[in-house]
Design a protein around this ligand. Structure first.
Ligand SMILES: Cc1cc2nc3c(=O)[nH]c(=O)nc-3n(C[C@H](O)[C@H](O)[C@H](O)COP(=O)(O)OP(=O)(O)OC[C@H]3O[C@@H](n4cnc5c(N)ncnc54)[C@H](O)[C@@H]3O)c2cc1C
Ligand code: SF4
Length: 487
């Protein structure tokens, strides 16, 4: 335990942000780290609980009390070792994770929880700065070859683990750059893309081969995958949900992912013909999740005239709802840094029609207020409230409605079964499809989820592949006490 009275003496501190007026002028990260002295104080707030609920709240099983203690002691290199023993990419989760660990932190029952995510980010950034994170190629190779399809966090975690086990790994990615949604979904202002490049350089130096612009099943024949001893499919859940409402074909109704991807490509000097821009427009973002929030931040950076957000669900309470007591993931209002930059948020509202002019251009949205009727034993019913119809001026409507599941192409071509939700079927913990040498992990298996889950599934799937190929594995699993493989 860092300091017996730490949690009584020190209040939680988070990194601060640059002022809104400055940060919306560019697409760079805008967080201001805590001083080292403050970081060690934050580590000392950890009570080293007998049963550390933070640890089980984390899908990776991160050794949270242990690295909190190391930070308090100023033992940063040991903290980095511990952190990397369960998480291949803490620089991604330290920036982007919604931190279920903090929601289940015991201190959170009576006080602000320990600033675990902040501590994680400080450790990994310090480790990179000090040069402690070095390529660790395997000492020997097994002669087994593995193809990984998709280079999001699941694919990258599986690749690093399998390569460290001595297998020869090739990652295929259909985009022009590595990273999956980290690269072309999440905006640069939430995570600068150099953070991905820095890690990919380590993976390449460890011996992993990356092939971009290779769309397996489209410009790469799935038959060629037979050359590999095993295949891990980490293609994500990329099938976008649409809004099949009158006028949805109007010029100005745009999928959020197209809008976000184009802007990131422009930040990196690509010339996008007819880029969709929010500049001087009345923008309405439909969908209140992470993607919607990213559209709000991007619209404000592009100089939108107004930014409005619609969400069909009720407004969550400002504090943890009694329906989700500690240590559960709380139903609670989330206000992101993008929301703070300027947006009018509306809940319990449904889009009825996209109105367009004679040239097919979007001019307005027609909405109605709704409520949810709960009948025990039945699915919640959406009820429209009569007399609440409203027309909103709008030149750009961004559809941030989530994803319905993975694309079917690979499953169809490889003869793989899907589950009831159209995800690629593989049992949790096993990750093996109905074709024995083909495994799947991340959003492709579990549906739209989180980076921390993608890394967790990539790691666990790697261990299962290793066992399939070698009969046993020294790769660690969060469900066992094994030899830790760390940086
Ligand atoms: C806008 C947005 C913001 C988000 N923000 C957050 C956040 O703040 N925090 C968080 O935890 N999560 C966030 N998420 C969710 C998170 O990004 C995903 O859960 C995570 O990236 C899933 O990882 P993955 O590796 O399974 O798949 P992905 O990241 O989707 O990667 C899959 C990759 O596979 C490639 N691929 C697919 N098919 C093929 C093929 N046939 N051949 C070759 N390559 C192929 C794709 O091009 C893609 O690069 C966000 C998602 C979006 C869309
Ligand atoms: S639950 Fe919170 S206080 Fe307890 S060990 Fe984990 S981080 Fe520390």
């Amino acid at each position: 335990m860092g300091k017996v009275t730490g949690f009584k003496e020190f209040e939680r501190q988070d990194e601060s942000y640059e002022p809104v007026k400055d940060r919306i002028k560019n697409y760079q990260e805008f967080t201001i780290p805590l001083s080292e002295e403050e970081q060690t104080k934050q580590g000392s707030r950890c009570m080293d609980c007998g049963i550390p609920f933070c640890h089980s709240g984390c899908p990776l099983g991160n050794l949270i009390p242990d690295f909190n203690h190391m930070v308090h002691q100023g033992e940063w290199q040991k903290a980095s070792w511990l952190l990397h023993s369960t998480n291949n990419f803490p620089e991604f989760t330290g920036r982007l994770c919604p931190a279920p660990c903090e929601k289940s932190c015991v201190l959170g029952i009576i006080e602000d929880p320990v600033a675990i995510e902040e501590i994680e980010k400080s450790i990994v950034e310090r480790a990179f700065k000090e040069g402690w994170i070095k390529p660790q190629p395997p000492k020997t190779r097994t002669g087994k070859t593995i193809a990984i399809v998709g280079s999001g966090p699941a694919g990258l975690a599986a690749a690093q683990q399998l390569n460290r086990a001595g297998h020869t790994v090739t990652v295929f990615e259909r985009d022009d750059a590595i990273g999956g949604l980290l690269r072309y979904g999440i905006p640069n202002f939430k995570m600068e893309k150099g953070i991905i490049d820095r890690r990919v350089a380590i993976l390449e130096a460890e011996g992993i081969t990356f092939k971009t612009n290779v769309n397996v099943g489209v410009n790469y024949d799935v038959k060629d995958l037979k050359a590999f001893d095993s295949v891990v499919l980490c293609g994500g859940a990329t099938e976008r949900r649409s809004l099949p409402t009158t006028g949805a074909d109007a010029d100005g109704v745009v999928q959020a992912m197209d809008f976000l991807t184009q802007q990131t490509k422009v930040v990196f000097g690509q010339d996008i013909k007819d880029q969709v821009l929010a500049t001087d427009k009345n923008v309405i973002v439909i969908g209140g999740g992470d993607t919607g929030s990213d559209c709000v931040g991007t619209s404000n950076r592009q100089g939108a005239k107004s930014v409005v957000n619609f969400e069909i669900m009720p407004k969550p309470p400002g504090h943890r709802s009694p329906s989700t007591p500690w240590p559960f993931w709380p139903l609670q209002l989330k206000t992101s840094s993008s929301h703070q930059e300027g947006v009018e948020r509306n809940w319990l509202i449904n889009t009825k029609e996209f109105i367009k002019d004679e040239n097919g251009k979007l001019t307005a949205l027609k909405t109605v207020n709704v409520e949810w009727k709960m009948v025990p034993g039945q699915r919640p019913q959406l009820i429209e409230i009569a007399g609440t119809e409203k027309t909103w001026p709008c030149d750009l409507a961004l559809l941030a409605l989530g994803f319905t599941g993975p694309e079917a192409t690979l499953a169809d071509k490889l003869g793989l079964e899907k589950d009831a939700r159209s995800n690629y079927k593989a049992e949790y913990g096993k990750y093996q499809t109905n074709v024995p040498h083909i495994f799947t992990a991340g959003d492709m298996r579990r549906g739209q989820s989180l980076i921390v889950w993608a890394i967790s599934e990539g790691r666990e799937a790697a261990r299962q592949v290793d066992i399939y190929l070698m009969g046993k594995s020294n790769l660690p699993s969060k469900d066992m006490t094994g030899d830790l493989v760390a940086m």
